[in-house]
Every structure is written in C-alpha cells, then in structure tokens.
Design a protein around this ligand. Structure first.
Ligand SMILES: Cc1cc2nc3c(=O)[nH]c(=O)nc-3n(C[C@H](O)[C@H](O)[C@H](O)COP(=O)(O)OP(=O)(O)OC[C@H]3O[C@@H](n4cnc5c(N)ncnc54)[C@H](O)[C@@H]3O)c2cc1C
Ligand SMILES: *[C@@H]1O[C@H](CO)[C@@H](O)[C@H](O)[C@H]1NC(C)=O
Ligand SMILES: *[C@@H]1O[C@H](CO)[C@@H](O)[C@H](O)[C@H]1NC(C)=O
Ligand SMILES: *[C@@H]1O[C@H](CO)[C@@H](O)[C@H](O)[C@H]1NC(C)=O
Ligand SMILES: *[C@@H]1O[C@H](CO)[C@@H](O)[C@H](O)[C@H]1NC(C)=O
Ligand SMILES: *[C@@H]1O[C@H](CO)[C@@H](O)[C@H](O)[C@H]1NC(C)=O
Ligand SMILES: *[C@@H]1O[C@H](CO)[C@@H](O)[C@H](O)[C@H]1NC(C)=O
Length: 543
C-alpha cells in the first residue's frame, strides 16, 4: 500500500484532470510525460529503475521478452515511446495519470499472448505498462483460495498451487506461458472446463487501478465493474493488478491419454461420433481433439501430399480402472486400451497435456519463454449442431493446401457445468447449447509479406468454409482468441456503439450492452482503448 499522502495527491491530480478539457495532443510528448512521471513519484530512484525509453540498452529485450507472435515484432511494427515495468502500485497510478495529461495511450501487458498483439502495439504514441514484476502468488490452502498478480503465468500459478497441495488445482488454460492478466479478464479455459467452468468463473475478488488512478477492490469497484473484468477483456476498464481465485478440488491421481487416428484409421467417423458424445460425458472426463496435418512421404503425382491426424487427448479426474469401462460404454469406437492411459498427479497432467514428454521436471512450468516463437494467426468458432460427415470430408482437402503446413484445429467439448451457468453470469456468454468450441491456428516461420498473405488467406478460407456448420446470428467468437478480422474500432476517432457491436456481439452477445454501460460509467472519455475495446456512449467527438 502506498502512503496516504501520495494517494491523496494522486486522487487530487486525477480530479483536476477530469475537469480539464481533455483535448489530446497529437504530438508525442515523451519528455513531458517522463517529467510528469518523475515529478509525481515519491521516490525517483524507485521509478527510474522501471522506466525504459528507446535510449535504454535493454529497451528492446524488455519489449521482445514476452512477445509470442513474431508477426508483431518486425522493424515496421510500431514501438512504444516508453515501457514501464512497475514494481509498486504507485508506478501504475502515476503512469495512468501522466499518460492522460500528455496524450499518450496505454497498452497493458501481462503475458503478451494476445493473438493480435494488442497488449504491445498501437498506431498512436503509446506507453506499455508491463506487469512482469507483478507476479506474486499467495496460496491459502486452508481456505482454498489464492491471490495471484496479473503478471504471473498460468504455469507459475499451477506450480505454486501444487507445491502447497496435491489435491487442489485451478481451471485455467493449457499453455503455461499465458499471462494471468489477459487470460482471466477474457474468460480463460482449459481441461477442467467441463467440471469447474472458466478461470473467470472462479474469480472472487480483484484489485484494479482505474482511469483516475484509484486502487479499488471488489467492494470499492462495485459489482458492475467486477462483472465486466471477468470476461469482458481487462484493457477497456483499467489495470487489473491482482485476482483472488477459488481453488478447485482435484484427485491426487488423474488419468490422461492421447490416441492418434489418421483419416486412414477412421478419423472422420470418430470425429463425427465424438460430437454426439463428448459434451454429454460425465464432467470428470474431457476429451479434446487436436486436428493436424501429417505429411506423407510417399505420395504420387496427383495424390494428396498429406493426411489429417486427429489426436484424441484427454484428462480424466479418476483412475484408469474407472475410465476404461466408461469409455467402453460411451465411446467404444475409439478403442481405448489400458496401454494408452497414464496415471499421474494433476500437476504432471498439466505438462502432459501441453505435450511434454513424461519425466519433464515440474520447474519447466516456471519457464516464461517455453515455446519457440513464430508467426501465427488464430480464429475461433462455437458449434451447436454436429457437423455431418460430408462436412468433415470437405474440410480435409484444405489441410493439403499450400499455407496449411503447420495448422492446428482444436475441438474443446462443452457441456457439464458450462450448461448450467447463465449466459449473463459474467460477460462470457457461450454456455448452454454449445457442443464444443473450435480454435483454428496457422503458424509459419519465414518472414515476408507474401508468406504472411498465403497463411492468413488460408485460414480465412478455412473460416469461410466452416460458416454453414457453426453458430449463427451472431457467428460467435472468443475474445481470448482475438481476431481483428471480425471487426475493429476506429482507433483514431469516434467509434459508435453500433460499429463496435459488429465484433462486440460476437464475443459477448447481449452482454455487450451491459459492458458498454459499465464502460460509460467507469471510463466515459474512453481513455483505455484499443482496436477492440468496449465503446463509451459519451466518447463522441473526442479524438
Ligand atoms: C500459445 C497460446 C496458448 C493459449 N492457450 C489458451 C488456452 O488454453 N485457453 C485459453 O482460454 N486461452 C488460451 N490462449 C489465449 C490467451 O488466453 C489470451 O491470449 C490471453 O488474453 C493472454 O493473456 P496474456 O496476459 O498472456 O496476454 P496479453 O497480450 O498481455 O494481454 C491480452 C489482452 O489483455 C489485456 N490485459 C493484459 N493484462 C491486463 C491487465 N492486468 N489489466 C487489464 N488488461 C490487461 C491486454 O491489454 C490485451 O488486450 C492461448 C494463447 C497462446 C498464444
Ligand atoms: C527508493 O527506492 C529505492 C529503490 O527501489 C529504495 O532502495 C529506497 O529505499 C527508496 N527510498 C525511500 C525513501 O523509500
Ligand atoms: C534508462 O536510461 C535513463 C537515462 O540514461 C536512466 O536514468 C534510467 O535509469 C534507465 N532505466 C533503466 C530501467 O535502466
Ligand atoms: C481463512 O480465511 C479467514 C477468513 O477470511 C481468515 O481469518 C484466515 O486467516 C484464513 N486462513 C488462512 C490460513 O489464512
Ligand atoms: C474402421 O472402422 C471399420 C468399421 O467401422 C472397422 O472394421 C475397422 O477396424 C476400423 N479401422 C481402424 C483402424 O480402427
Ligand atoms: C515424413 O517425413 C518427415 C520428415 O522426414 C517425418 O517427420 C514424418 O513423420 C514423415 N511422415 C510419415 C507419415 O511418415
Ligand atoms: C526455457 O525454455 C527454453 C525452450 O526450451 C530454453 O531455451 C530456455 O533455456 C529455458 N529457460 C530456462 C530459464 O530454463
């Protein structure tokens, strides 16, 4: 906590600002911004250690550190004038206040996994608040809760929980390097989804710094704002510093399996059948499908270069002895046998499900730069009616095209508790009636516009092929699989509610209305904004 005197100073400055005209300078006032930072800091030594401008030798490594998608790490990618890696709440408060005073936009970064780079790229003069130093995790086993700061990764969180208890876990994403800040504020799901819901469903308190620089907990921010940041995307509302979460019960032994089937091994029929089975299974069992291209090395002229591999990957909260009869009853076609299954602890299953070999040390979960970096583009869909076999058969040839060398299509079953949580409980609305979610992703390693165009065009073609088979009016999407193709705000001018609802209802359905109301109340002048931020009803006319 900061001293009361400083807090009051900031509040007074904030109030003073809210009465000024808010004409935003179009020219970057980096020097003035820095002066402002230093003059409002109670400890100049402290803030100077966390402020990087382009002249600092480590500016570039700090910027690149958590960028996952190299598409947004080229020489042409717009760079921040300043990066701040706060170590204290007051650093964040000062940065928010000074940015408003000197016409800088803020981008907030936790884990840097945004699929469109929105946490670290902007076309106007901007500052990055990078929360990498805010990654404390405090696990309370007795009360089955934890406080976790936004800059922590999911891997760090899971590791810390498992260190304290073998029978507690948390229902978040699969990839250990994803940041808590973006993940929780956009929903966040993983293999415990069917039993425990989203990460955001299990948040019970939070600390946010709002546009006036105020530090607010759940009680102080009120239920509307607390609702909005659990799935509505954090970046529209303020800087969320930490989250209090409910931990969930996991058995000390879980069972995992990965069963691969190619098209030649009946993958089409199995995927088809899975659509009728997976969402109805008991909620202790989640079977995902990962669809990949598998290159064939002996193909003849005119024959396909590749086949499709479907990996049936599963987490069962129980023993192999209980799993086998269940699979025999519900999904015998898959032909699961004991040898496919491995029993392990929940924390080991986290590594397994991220496809690490057995025996990988748990400390790997603490590595923030695990994945080899490359370029990618992702999209999402929700399926409510099973896709007919002919629909699947029409899909496979796309996997054989140029541009599809490195693609992933992941099918995540719904049902279970997801059917029981109301659509308006939190902003994430994709609940009852959803059979499964699809994530599409295409990756490539080479640089260059042509290569990028080839891959992005390919995934757009795939998305357009899928249209008849997925949710309609709206064709729903998941905000954490950010996709600017579905609509963007006018970032340098006024965005009407109507314009923003083009993408807004896809992510949030009817909840978009309430999100805009909350936004209007907490950030009426639309300071916290990006290409897909919630619009304020009163931001008209403001540049
Ligand atoms: C390899 C990979 C695997 C993934 N796996 C999964 C998965 O299994 N399940 C799943 O649900 N999703 C998954 N995702 C998507 C992931 O959940 C989102 O990209 C998420 O937003 C990333 O959070 P972040 O903090 O790492 O990202 P960032 O890029 O730091 O932030 C994402 C967005 O949130 C905002 N934001 C970040 N921190 C804060 C904060 N503290 N306060 C306010 N706003 C903030 C940013 O400004 C930005 O708009 C995956 C993504 C990748 C790249
Ligand atoms: C100022 O910050 C520095 C570095 O964080 C610290 O060493 C020092 O004790 C602080 N001074 C005061 C007066 O708090
Ligand atoms: C960046 O450079 C400035 C000017 O040399 C210096 O005052 C500041 O401490 C540096 N910041 C960091 C984080 O090293
Ligand atoms: C559990 O919560 C109660 C009430 O909030 C608190 O008094 C107690 O200290 C907590 N237990 C631990 C181990 O922190
Ligand atoms: C594919 O399905 C057919 C009939 O449904 C079955 O006879 C055959 O064994 C299956 N092949 C494999 C590899 O599972
Ligand atoms: C084809 O060759 C590549 C590289 O040599 C190998 O990785 C791949 O597994 C092979 N595919 C098949 C189906 O044998
Ligand atoms: C993290 O993982 C990467 C990729 O495997 C590796 O190169 C790096 O050395 C690891 N870092 C640490 C600190 O172990």
């Amino acid at each position: 906590m900061m001293p009361l005197r400083l807090y009051l100073t900031i509040v007074l400055i904030a109030i003073a600002f809210s009465f000024t005209s808010f004409a935003i300078d179009t020219s970057p006032h980096e020097d003035n911004f820095l002066q402002c930072l230093y003059s409002y800091s109670h400890n100049i030594t402290s803030i100077s250690k966390v402020v990087y401008t382009k002249t600092n030798s480590s500016y570039s490594s700090i910027l690149k550190f958590s960028i996952q998608n190299l598409r947004f790490a080229t020489n042409e990618t717009p760079k921040p004038l300043v990066i701040i890696t706060p170590t204290q709440i007051s650093h964040i408060q000062t940065a928010i206040i000074c940015s408003q005073h000197h016409g800088m936009q803020i981008r907030i970064r936790s884990g840097g996994h945004d699929f469109e780079g929105l946490s670290f790229v902007s076309n106007v003069p901007f500052v990055i608040i990078d929360l990498t130093n805010f990654r404390g995790i405090d696990v309370d086993v007795e009360n089955r809760t934890a406080w976790v700061q936004s800059g922590a990764t999911l891997g760090e969180l899971y590791y810390k929980i498992a260190q304290k208890s073998k029978t507690l876990g948390f229902p978040g994403g699969v990839c250990p390097t994803v940041g808590v800040g973006g993940h929780f504020s956009g929903g966040g799901y993983g293999t415990l989804l069917r039993k425990y819901g989203l990460a955001a469903d299990n948040v019970i308190d939070a600390h946010i710094i709002d546009v006036k620089g105020r530090f607010l907990d759940r009680e102080a921010m009120g239920e509307d704002l607390f609702w909005a940041i659990r799935g509505g995307g954090g970046a529209s509302f303020g800087v969320i510093v930490s989250w209090k979460i409910k931990l969930v019960q996991v058995p000390s032994t879980v069972t995992v399996f990965t069963v691969p089937r190619t098209l030649e091994q009946n993958a089409t029929k199995l995927v088809h059948k899975w659509q009728f089975v997976a969402h109805k299974l008991e909620e202790n069992l989640a079977i995902n499908i990962i669809l990949q291209r598998l290159d064939l090395n002996s193909s003849k002229q005119g024959e396909p270069k590749s086949t499709v591999l479907a990996l049936f990957q599963s987490l069962f909260l129980g023993s192999v002895d209980n799993l086998l009869p269940l699979m025999e009853e519900k999904f015998p076609e898959l032909g699961l046998v004991r040898e496919d299954c491995v029993e392990m602890s929940w924390i080991e299953s986290v590594l397994y499900l991220f496809r690490f070999p057995e025996g990988e040390p748990l400390e790997t979960l603490l590595n923030r730069t695990l994945a080899a970096k490359d370029n990618s583009k992702a999209k999402s869909d929700f399926v409510k009616i099973p896709i007919p076999e002919t629909g699947l058969e029409g899909l496979w040839p796309l996997f054989d095209e140029d541009g599809a060398e490195d693609v992933l299509m992941v099918l995540f079953p719904y049902g279970g508790i997801m059917d029981k949580i109301s659509e308006s409980e939190i902003p994430f609305p994709h609940r009852y009636g959803t059979l499964y979610k699809i994530q599409y992703a295409v990756h490539w390693h080479q640089e260059g516009d042509e290569v990028e165009k080839l891959h992005i065009n390919w995934i757009r073609k795939l998305y357009s092929y899928m249209e008849p088979f997925v949710s309609k009016s709206p064709r729903a999407a998941y905000i954490n699989y950010r996709d600017l193709d579905i609509g963007v705000n006018n970032i340098n001018g006024y965005t009407s509610y109507k314009q923003a609802s083009i993408w807004g209802v896809k992510y949030f359905k009817n909840n978009f209305k309430r999100l805009a109301k909350v936004k209007t109340k907490v950030d009426p002048l639309n300071f916290f904004r990006n290409e897909q931020s919630i619009p304020s009803h009163v931001s008209k006319g403001r540049k």
